[in-house]
Design a protein around this ligand. Structure first.
Ligand code: ISL
Ligand code: CA
Length: 526
């Protein structure tokens, strides 16, 4: 088995992780200073969100130079040190690879916009007229420079690269080689199934993402990934995980099929859509059964899943699928139990291991995320009443995940002014307190990670669903003669339920046997 199959991934959003110099922005020396903490937690791989030079219109996902570290985060020397220190502790690092677009501040784009004859013009997509496509952050996907428009599926400062230009493919190979030679373990590839555009014709009208059929899961997209694997990745023993947009299990499988040799693992979103937070507009009451069905569907469809409940784009899982108040600890531990007992590679997002909650923003001025402000503009145009719009934005904004990591109740994240408002609940939700309390969410994660690593059935075992009722999710993992049954009450209500055997793992200190308390989760050896 490969490390990425046995191991646990921990995602760091560097801006919000730990500030070392008091400027209010998390940085690489900050990460280095907490490597021992990550080792203590028991993780194996860090996924580092972008640290490259960037004007921060999309906080790093708009890359201005793939070979430079954003000075806010430190220097290339700091980055080398991080890789070395992490490797010394047996922790590998994967970096974000954003190749669908660059920042419009990238020098390629600065050249390209000089005119049609510029050798870099063809690095991007240009048209005389807009087409009818709509983008991921809402609105049109075309922006005018001179007498032509360039394509941007995301923010207008994120210009889509033209991957039908072999020079661009070569640039990507060089970038990957540069970082792999520095000793990183691989890449998390941003929006990897939409990088190749078949045509720039008008698309079929859709409620969202008109034009998608021209660039979603194209044949050439697969060929490009195969080429990157053959020409670059195969020279190393790396790990690649691709973030996708709107994939079916079959489309996800096509990207990770060992025969086709593209990616190792795929990040899919179906289980993040069960409360419709991802489409931003409509609130749908969260029903645990929908989550169970989505998880089960993907467990059954793919040989190996990317397991996650959080990342830097998603509101916090306790706030969405658990309880922020009376049962925060229990629900966070219940979600941890599922995360660490399904089949696949678990991804923990910074702060999840202490049960951090959504941001509780009170004004749009407190929000830095460009997506939120774009949607706000569209919402205003659509004449959505302000209070409704604001409520929706506060609930769904990606900044919910990006509030600074709560190290302690005071200056743990920064001694200065944090770039994004800290959550007031850092007074009682923080790493320091959690470390001192053996029953904290943090210690629960640590113990469960140890248990998973020591239990082959939880890593290699088959997955079998036993039942999915309104509130209770039951499944089994078996390997050879060992079988573990996971029973999770995913609701905040106590449920009558007979359990005949004492659990080997549980998120409550006592065991009842005749009922499952709110968010109670048990692992039983059968
Ligand atoms: O974040 C989303 C929903 O709120 C998604 O639509 C998201 O935009 C999509 O999954 C792509 O995300 C990735 O690429 C974006 C970047 O803004 C995200 O942070 C990144 O995870 C563009 O690079
Ligand atoms: Ca800093």
């Amino acid at each position: 088995m490969k490390l990425w199959q046995k191991g646990i991934v921990y995602q760091i959003y560097p801006r919000s992780f730990k500030d070392s110099n008091g400027d209010g922005i998390g940085d690489i020396p900050g990460i280095i200073s907490e490597l021992d903490y990550l080792k203590f937690l028991g993780i194996d791989i860090i996924w580092l969100s972008p640290v490259y030079l960037s004007p921060n219109n999309d906080f790093g996902y708009d890359v201005a130079d793939y070979y430079q570290i954003n000075p806010e985060f430190g220097t290339m020397h700091d980055m080398d040190l991080l890789i070395r220190r992490a490797n010394q502790l047996g922790i590998k690092i994967i970096m974000d690879l954003v190749i669908n677009h660059t920042s419009t501040e990238h020098w390629w784009f600065k050249e390209a916009k000089k005119g049609k004859d510029n050798p870099y013009r063809d690095y991007y997509h240009w048209r005389d007229k807009k087409n009818n496509w709509s983008g991921f952050f809402g609105g049109t996907t075309w922006e005018k420079v001179g007498d032509q428009y360039y394509l941007h599926l995301f923010d207008k400062t994120q210009a889509d690269l033209n991957l039908s230009n072999p020079k661009v493919i070569q640039e990507i190979k060089d970038i990957m080689t540069f970082w792999l030679d520095k000793g990183i373990y691989g890449f998390r590839c941003d929006v990897i199934n939409i990088i190749y555009k078949n045509s720039l014709k008008n698309g079929q009208r859709r409620l969202v993402l008109t034009g998608l059929e021209h660039y979603h899961s194209t044949k050439r997209n697969h060929e490009i990934l195969q080429e990157l694997r053959r020409d670059v990745l195969d020279n190393y023993d790396p790990f690649t995980v691709g973030e996708t947009v709107l994939v079916t299990p079959q489309q996800a499988y096509d990207l990770m099929d060992p025969e086709r040799k593209e990616l190792d693992l795929v990040i899919a979103f179906e289980h993040m859509d069960v409360d419709h937070i991802n489409n931003k507009w409509f609130k749908v009451k969260y029903k645990p059964q929908k989550m169970m069905e989505a998880l089960t569907k993907w467990q059954e469809a793919l040989p190996w899943n990317c397991l996650y409940f959080e990342n830097h784009d998603q509101p916090r899982s306790v706030s969405r699928f658990g309880s922020e108040t009376s049962y925060r600890e229990e629900s966070a531990k219940m979600l941890a139990t599922i995360l660490l007992t399904l089949r696949g590679t678990p991804f923990i997002y910074q702060g999840q291991e202490i049960g951090m909650t959504n941001g509780h923003f009170k004004s749009l001025d407190e929000i830095m995320d460009t997506e939120t402000h774009n949607i706000n503009k569209i919402g205003k145009k659509l004449l959505i009443p302000r209070p409704i719009l604001r409520k929706m934005l506060f609930r769904t904004t990606r900044d919910n995940a990006r509030t600074p990591m709560q190290w302690d109740d005071s200056t743990g994240f920064t001694t200065g002014q944090p770039w994004l408002k800290e959550n007031d609940n850092k007074s009682y939700i923080n790493v320091e307190l959690a470390s001192e309390d053996p029953n904290s969410i943090l210690h629960f994660y640590k113990r469960l990670i140890e248990f998973r690593k020591a239990t082959p059935a939880l890593i290699k075992g088959d997955f079998k669903v036993i039942s999915m009722t309104k509130d209770i999710y039951i499944y089994e993992r078996s390997y050879k003669d060992k079988t573990f049954r996971i029973i999770a009450n995913m609701s905040g209500k106590e449920k009558k339920f007979q359990v005949y055997k004492k659990p080997v793992f549980s998120n409550y200190l006592t065991f009842l046997g005749y009922s499952l308390r709110p968010y109670e989760a048990l692992i039983i050896e059968v």
